[in-house]
Ligand binder design. Structure first.
Ligand code: FRU
Length: 711
């Protein structure tokens, strides 16, 4: 009876809201050049809405239009109020977007009637980290309809998350109250396809097993409308069971309707044939990649593990993706190798080795295990091992093996001392270093020494100068590719190449690593082609080409050279020679038009009195500036001196990049460049004087994705 009475009491309103919602009434969208009738006090709000992110702030997302209230003006320590003119409440709810600090009474939005706070809301953040994304929230104001009210944005807090963001306040009969959404899925197939809208609202999703425990937990920009692409979760182990896909707070639960199951990965038939898909650089089938990890050769396979977000186009949800290749050129992507230990405890970068002689005891049946070290962000440096060719990995029970502020462990065997070494990035407030630890068994580690002045992703290896086994030097390098040469006694690195770091690589290149146990004894390196982006695609970022590193004598002393691995020659699908003549300024372009898609160019020229030599690579200019002796491609300018009057450039053009190896690999350049889709031609022109072309060989290349590799 009571229930009926209550229902009757609110019937008129409920009918208005549910049957025929009245149109929304905008209270404020903060799109103007000032706050309109809103009045600001203090120094946190300024005199006009912010246009997005303010200096020093993490990226602010999720607001509508161009403007929003953002009290991070002058940083977290500024404070103040921003109060609206009075308005009449004449809808059942108020919807608004809110973000920033989650401090009740200190960072939030208040609704006031008769001078009293009758509703209030705060942002979601109180801990370091978090997100500046604004989220929808709503107040039920049925009981206040007809009343005059004001809104007040308050920022009365200094320090961490001492600010608030607000936008798009609307009177409405259709509240945007976040709610939990679940969908039970009886899994008959291996993959769940998950619709993603890049840049859309991001949710924390869980895939729960029959016992209610999460099998997967990740952040995803779940698309409610048309997705940009489908990500996928490989749930092979759960086939035949019912899993529950759950999002604790979502604006539109219909987004879960778009999840589907399938036997293959999304768009399997068009995989690797997408318009901007690099054809001979490694990219992941779906999502984001960054650093190469765990590069190791074993039993006929080169393993490329890599930092990977399988569920989104941008960095996040850090897993180790996995691919293998027989030849460093043709890659097959395998299932994910390392999952986050738990939500938010991510699998950051690391390395892998074959534990020869099974020093760890992790090996089975007389075989040496593969052992990897990686940073578990919630625990420290951890050891995992595999006895099935890197397909599955088990955790060492004694993890973490090193606990410190740092990351990116690099393992290697130091034969003269009969022990393992871990080089790992370590940071404190006032310094950044590479620290060396030693171990007899990959399990117990002892601090040995510290080399100051390096940042993340160390790599350490020994190379023979000019191939002379009696003249070996050690290389210590880190993520920016800069290196020093020196000696290493199993515990400490002593530089001999002077205080200045040296560089081979330039441009879009970062966090490179070299292979352990390369069967031909070569030192092969793969770097991350950092910021080689593919807007609008289902994948993002690529690996740079694999290169062989050597140390060679130069007039400046021994230097590291990087040349593309010889296996890349297997991609050549037809070559033409255009060299052996002078190219006059104004001469007709001697190169073939409509030549193709992917190219390798070997060029040696004498610039003589010319001002420049300009290549046109399907619309991307690659210029040699003779006065400055620079190679210029897009925003990357690199010094490449003439050697005895000659410049040698070895150029690779793929669908996302241009790479240049200059003067035999003395200098290497990686440049993000998406060629003009409609332009398939190459051009070459001399400016300001003739250029002697000693060699100009153009190779058309074939795709390395020979067939669609299985999952
Ligand atoms: C380098 C890096 C590493 C870290 C990883 C996280 O690009 O920041 O230091 O382990 O990326 O993805």
């Amino acid at each position: 009876m009571l229930a009926t009475l209550v229902l009757v009491g609110s019937l008129a309103v409920a009918t208005a809201a549910e049957d025929s919602p009245r149109p929304d009434v905008l209270v404020a969208d903060f799109e103007g050049d000032d706050y309109g009738g809103w009045k600001a006090t203090g120094d946190a709000f300024g005199d006009a809405p912010a246009r997005g992110t303010l200096p020093g702030q993490m990226p602010v997302e999720g607001y509508l239009g161009r403007g929003l209230v953002n009290s991070f003006r002058n940083g977290d320590d500024s404070t103040g109020d921003l109060t609206s003119p009075p308005f009449k409440i004449d809808r059942t709810h108020l919807n608004f977007l809110i973000g920033g600090g989650g401090w009740a009474g200190e960072t939030g939005l208040d609704l006031l009637v008769d001078g009293r706070v009758v509703r209030s809301a705060v942002g979601p953040n109180r801990e370091p980290g978090g997100s500046e994304r604004l989220k929808w929230d709503a107040w039920d104001v049925k009981d206040l309809q007809g009343k005059e009210a004001t809104l007040r944005v308050v920022d009365r807090r200094k320090g961490g998350w001492g600010h608030v963001n607000v936008d798009q306040i609307v009177q409405t009969d259709t509240p945007k109250i976040p709610q939990a959404a679940t969908r039970a899925i009886a899994l008959e197939k291996r993959f769940l396809h998950i619709p993603v809208k890049t840049g859309g609202p991001k949710y924390r999703a869980k895939i729960l097993g029959e016992d209610g425990r999460p099998i997967r937990e990740f952040d995803v920009e779940l698309a409610a409308g048309k997705p940009d692409f489908f990500a996928f979760a490989d749930l092979d182990a759960c086939k035949g069971k019912t899993v529950t896909f759950r999002v604790d707070e979502i604006e539109d639960p219909k987004a879960l309707d778009g999840i589907a199951q399938a036997d293959d990965v999304p768009d399997a038939a068009s995989l690797y044939k997408e318009p901007h898909r690099p054809q001979f650089h490694f990219t992941s089938r779906r999502g984001w990649l960054n650093d190469p990890n765990g590069l190791v050769w074993r039993d006929g396979e080169y393993h490329l593990f890599y930092q990977h977000n399988p569920y989104g186009w941008a960095w996040g949800n850090v897993h180790w993706g996995h691919a293998v290749s027989p030849d460093l050129v043709r890659w097959t992507e395998l299932p994910i190798a390392l999952y986050p230990h738990e939500y938010g405890d991510w699998a950051f970068s690391g390395s892998a080795v074959t534990d020869r002689g099974n020093t760890s005891g992790f090996g089975k049946d007389g075989a040496d295990p593969l052992v990897a070290a990686y940073t578990s962000t919630g625990r420290g440096e951890c050891i995992v091992y595999s006895n099935d060719r890197g397909r599955t990995w088990a955790e060492f029970a004694g993890n973490p093996v090193v606990k410190h502020d740092g990351r990116d462990p690099r393992l290697f065997w130091y034969a003269p001392g009969d022990h393992w070494v871990m080089a790992v990035y370590d940071e404190a407030k006032d310094r950044q270093s590479i620290d060396f630890y030693t171990s007899p068994d990959l399990k117990a580690w002892t601090f040995a020494s510290r080399s100051d002045g390096y940042f993340e992703c160390p790599d350490v290896f020994e190379l023979a100068v000019d191939g002379d086994p009696n003249r070996k030097l050690w290389v210590l390098t880190a993520a920016d590719g800069k290196y020093r040469l020196g000696t290493f006694d199993g515990k400490a690195f002593t530089p001999t190449s002077g205080p200045e770091k040296l560089t081979t690589w330039h441009g879009n290149f970062y966090a490179a690593q070299t292979f352990s146990d390369e069967p031909k004894g070569r030192r092969i390196q793969i770097g991350w082609g950092q910021n080689v982006t593919f807007p609008g695609s289902a994948f993002n970022q690529q690996m740079a080409l694999p290169v062989e590193l050597t140390l060679r004598s130069t007039k400046d002393g021994p230097r590291m050279f990087a040349e593309p691995v010889e296996e890349l020659k297997s991609l050549r699908a037809g070559s033409k020679e255009f060299g052996g003549k002078a190219l006059e300024p104004g001469a007709e372009n001697p190169l073939v038009a409509e030549a193709g898609d992917l190219f390798e160019i070997e060029l040696a020229f004498r610039p003589g009195s010319a001002k420049s030599l300009e290549l046109d690579l399907r619309g991307t200019p690659l210029i040699y500036d003779v006065d400055r002796q620079d190679v210029v491609c897009k925003q990357v300018r690199t010094f490449v001196p003439q050697v005895d009057g000659v410049v040698r450039l070895h150029v690779f053009l793929d669908r996302g990049s241009v790479e240049v190896f200059a003067n035999g690999g003395r200098t290497a350049v990686s440049v993000a460049a998406i060629p003009d889709d409609a332009n398939h031609s190459l051009g070459i022109a001399a400016k300001g004087g003739p250029v002697e072309l000693e060699k100009l060989t153009v190779h058309a290349l074939r795709s390395s994705w020979l067939a669609h590799p299985g999952p």
